[in-house]
Design a protein around this ligand. Structure first.
Ligand code: ADP
Length: 188
């Protein structure tokens, strides 16, 4: 059983590492960014509402995200664990998640904080070249992260579940550091 929340600035490698761990620990990788991008692509109502915020590097409103997470964590495949990537992203979302986990009688094992210096983040995102990876939008996403998401580090430190990992290491080294924390036995 593995239940993890990935914290860390945009471009820190949360998605890449969560995908790896999702395979090795055999639990679903739940990325709100991926879910939203799929909704934008499919032009669903959610996608149409979210697109403008995403392209500007702003958080989409909580009301679009909270029910989506409630429904996702009630699906059968999450009974054996989950990796949350991109949620929670502000204190309201973190409080919602705490309540939801109480309600469904689950608890998170660890909150992984992937730490990467700003210079490296910008460089990585510019290389990636997603629609929202333009320099100005990147700057805004980093600002939004500092203002709204970074306070979650203190929020979770209080619960003693926070584990910080140096995300500036090579991808393989980061994966190894994460494996050590979660100690799920399957091989990557
Ligand atoms: P990154 O971590 O590189 O910023 P994500 O794929 O996690 O990329 O998120 C991309 C965009 O999707 C965010 O900038 C934001 O607009 C939206 N988004 C993703 N998750 C959330 C969330 N939990 N709450 C609000 N907006 C979100």
């Amino acid at each position: 059983m593995t239940r993890l929340i990935f914290l860390g600035p945009p471009g820190a490698g949360k998605g890449t590492q969560a995908k790896q761990l999702s395979k090795s620990c055999e639990v679903p990788h739940i990325s709100t960014g991926d879910i939203l991008r799929a909704a934008v692509k499919a032009k669903t109502e959610l996608g149409q509402k979210a697109e403008g915020y995403m392209n500007a590097g702003e958080l989409v409103p909580d009301e679009l995200i909270l029910n989506l997470i409630r429904e996702r964590l009630n699906q059968a495949d999450t009974a054996k664990g989950w990796l949350l990537d991109g949620f929670p992203r502000n204190v309201e979302q973190a409080e919602f998640l705490n309540n939801l986990l109480d309600e469904i009688e689950q608890s998170c094992d660890f909150i992984i904080n992937l730490e990467v210096p700003d210079d490296a983040l910008v460089e990585r995102m510019l290389e990636r070249g997603r629609v929202d990876d333009k320099e100005e939008v990147i700057r805004n996403r980093l600002e939004v992260y500092r203002e709204q998401t970074e306070p979650l580090i203190a929020f979770y430190e209080g619960q003693q579940l926070l584990r910080s990992v140096d995300g500036a290491q090579s991808m393989k080294q980061v994966t190894e550091a994460l494996q050590e924390i979660v100690t799920c036995d399957a091989v990557v």
